[in-house]
Structures are given as C-alpha cells and as structure tokens.
Unconditional design. Sequence first.
Lengths: 189, 401
Amino acid sequence: MNPARRDYWNRERMGLWERVYILEIFRGLGITGGVFLRNLWRWITFRRGALTVFYPEERRADYSTRNRGRHILTLRPEGTPQCVTCNLCATVCPARCIEIESRPDPSDGHHPKNPARFFIDYSRCIFCGFCVEACPEDAIRMDMEVPNLPAERKSDLWVDLDYLTTWKPQRDPAKKYPPADGSSREARR
Amino acid sequence: MTATSAALLDIAVHAVFGVGVLGTLLGLAAFLTWVERKQAAVMADRIGANRAYLRIPFTNVRLTLLGLFHGMADGLKMLLKENFKPVPYDRIGYWLAPWLAVAPILLVFAVVPFGGRLAPAELFSAEGSGGFAALGRFLGGLFGERSYPMQIADLDGGILVILAISGIGILGAILAGWSSNNKFSLLGASRAASQMISYEIVMGLSLLGIVVVFGTVDLNAIVRQQSGALFGVLPRWGIFLQPLTFLLFLTAAMAENKRVPFDLPECESELISGYFTEYSAMKMGLFMLSEFLEIVVISALITTFFLGGYNPPFMGDGGFDLPFYGLVALPHLPVVAIQVGTFVFKILLVSSLQIQVRWSLPRFRYDQLMKLGWKFLLPIALVNLLFTVLGCWLFQGGGGG
C-alpha cells in the first residue's frame, strides 16, 4: 500500500470471495432475483406482493384509528345534521376556515336551527381538531380517512354539506354512532 | 417466372421483413420501459406503474392493464413537450446526434436472423378446399420453390457488420456532447467516448472466441450449428461452449449501452444527464429510445451467439432432433411460428436479465470502470481466446465447426 495513504479504521477488508467480484455480483443478483420471483409469485397467485398500497383507493395500513382526517357532520337518525349552528367551531378555528349559514327549522322543537350551508376550506384547514373539541353537540368529527385534497381549482377545496354528511360510520371503529352507552341526546330523550 | 417479377417478390418479402422487424423492435423497446418499471418495483416490494389508463369511449370503464399504457403516455408526453432550442456550438451536429445514436442500433439488427428459412409456398397446404387451401395455392403459384432466410440482410460477414456498425453509435454520443456547448455535456461525451472504445475491444475479442468455436462469421450458420446436442444431453449452445465469453460479452455490451452499472456518460448525480443535457422533448426521447432499443438488440445478439438463436433446444428447420428420442418432424408453419416466438421469448428473457442487473448493482467509479475494462476484462478475454484457440486446435484438428 502507498505509505502516504492513511489507513482508515473503516477501510473495507475484503476476502478472496469479494475480491473476485464477479461471484459477489451473482450473489447480489440472486438476492434481488429471489425477491423479484417471490413477489411475482405472490402477485400471480392473487396475493399482495408489495409493501405499498394503491394509495388513494386503498387505506394505508399505518393510519392510526385516531387519525385526524376529513371532517364529517354527524346525522340524527332521521337524516338531518346534528349541528345546531352555534358557530363555536367557526369561532375556535385558528385557521378560520369554517363558514356556517343557519336557517330556522320550525318542525323540530328541540333543535330550532339547522345549517343551511356548511363550508370548510381545505386550502386553509390545519387539521388541528379544535372544532371537534369545541362542538357541544358532537356534530362535527374527524374521520381517519384523509380528504381528497388534489384539486384543479381553489374553489374545489371548499367542501360543502353534501361532502361533509356522506359519512360511513362503520369505517370509524373508535366512535360508533349512535353511542352504545346511551349518552346521545336521542337516547336520553 | 421472369427475373423482374422474382426481384419484385424478393423486394416485397424483404420490405415486409423490414417493416415487421422495425415495428417489433420499437414495440419491444416501448414495452421494455414498462418491464423496467414493473420489474424494479416488484424487486423493491413496490407496486410500480399503475396509473395511466385508456377510457373506453362513452363509458366510465378505465383500462389500466397493470400500467401498460405508461409507455404510451411517456411517448405522448415527449412528443408534446416544448422542443427547446438552445444555441448549440454546432447546429448540424446538434440535430444529427440523436439520429446517429438510434440509427446504428436499428441497423445492427438487420443482420440478426429471427427465424430459419421461410418458404411461403409451404406455409399452407394447397390440398382441399377452404380459405387456407386457397391461400396455400395462391402463395404456391406466387412463390413456387423460392425461400428466404428470415433476416433483413443475409450477409456472410454478420459479426463484422455488427462490430462495424455498433461502433458508429459512439459518434452519436460524442457529437451530442461536443455540439451542445455545455461543459456537462462535454464531460459526459468524453467519458462516453473512452468508455465505449474501451469496451468495444473487449466485445470484439469475446466475439472472436465465438468465431473460433463455430468457425464462421455468418450468423445464420452460427445459429444452425447451435441446434445440435453437446455431450448428448446439453443443447450445443454458445453459452455451454464458451461460458466465460458469454459473461465478457454481456458485460461489454452493457457497458456499451451506458446503463446503470456503467452509466458514467450520463450520470445524473454529477453531470445532470451527461451528453444529452441540452436535449429536450423527442430529441431526448430518441436517446432514451436508443437505450431501450439497445437492450433489445443486445438481447438479440446474446440470443444468437450464446442461446441457440431462434431455435428452441435441439430444434432445426425440419423439426426437433431430441437426444434419446430421435427426429420429430414438424410442418413448415408451426416451425416458423415456434422459431419467431422462441426468438422473441429469449429476447425478453435476456432483456429482463439486463434490467435485473441494472437495478441490482451499484455504479462504478470512473477509475474502477477503466480498471475493469483494461486490467480485468481485456486480459481475461485474451486468455480466454488463447485457450479457445488451443482447445479448438486440439479437439477439432484446426478446422472450425
């Protein structure tokens, strides 16, 4: 070895097998080829041969059940939103991304106000979850699904009542609706 | 049949061959972009390309077909991109370079046989009635006894033509880098030049081993000689006669192709994209296409020299000649179909091996690349050639084949 060259502590020390190089190439190709054939066989036999998923269509396995994803407005059994338009969520929202327009609902004596329109601006929402905390009626929750954020226009990021009330409760194992312990307003009444 | 009409027939047949081969080559190259993506993904526990789709008109059915349309989307994207025109050092060279990169690769394939002899008159039986019999009678009347080797140019000096034309490919890279008026391009071009010249030598020397063993430079003859049996059980393929030559040729050919273990001419991490930094849109696409075309052509050459060419093991133009069993004669149409199908199958297999190498091995450093070429592969090629010559002299008494 050149004496002027320092002998580093992490200098690679290779045996004859590694020095020949071509044998190590075959070993490396064997490893990658083995993984390739194993995964290919899994795909061919209709199993999953990958650690990744078809992301927006499939839910990632590593989502927490308490993930703060898209907002949902819970519904009463008869189908109207549970929201009473008290505006607490819009007030507490640090991003000021909630807009509620209320309307009177004379048919329901217990809940005289209903949201006529309910907007959340996902271009500003920071997913802090304060709205969920503030709501006295358990009317707004956050699902573990993430919203479909890519949009062509800024206005497409404003989600409305239709979007917010399409909720599939069976996808939210953390919170069943109506709650089984009878704590909901309907059960107490 | 007059001489003129016979010549016209020959021209027609070769035109069909040429167009068919060109279409197949470009199709395979586009297909390989998909293979590369998917194979790399499956190797790395990923899913890979799966988004591009064709929508069936008037329905909402979207065909993704495992992402097969990504190649189409890529091609379309490159055609539609802005054709950016920089101020090159040499305008003509700048425009010429992508074509000089693609054309030699396509030309090399002209001498590669993709099937045995094709006798159009024997394809369909002329007896009986029905469409096929009528077709058989028509072809029989048209072609008579004429037969054609399934090859665009049936040249005696096939290997020499391959070496000569594939050498032109260097010019494309050099010209692109030199005319671009860009230091990254120039560095990439100088690297490409030295790398390709170095490995051209190894490639030529390793092919000499094949020439010595088979005693001919005619590709058709080489393939025909490989249809026999070795020691009674092995097919008499070049890879069994010359295993070391196979490795040398594969390495040299992959170095010629400038893909990842040898991608110093374009190395994305240091030279942006090397000698074609200044190219955009379809001019860049031609360089990319030439890479994938070269994978196909290298696979075709390796198939021809080392893997029995267009024949499955123990098969000749007449049918199978199995060891321990004897001759199994086949009609002409299945023979032609099997030969062309086998050739494409082998090409895909070897291409897959090249892609496997590309996604498995780390890159060389530049000095390592030169060291590998001149201090490792070249001596081995020379020694291999020496032993091949000695072996042939001892066992075959000086004559080839």
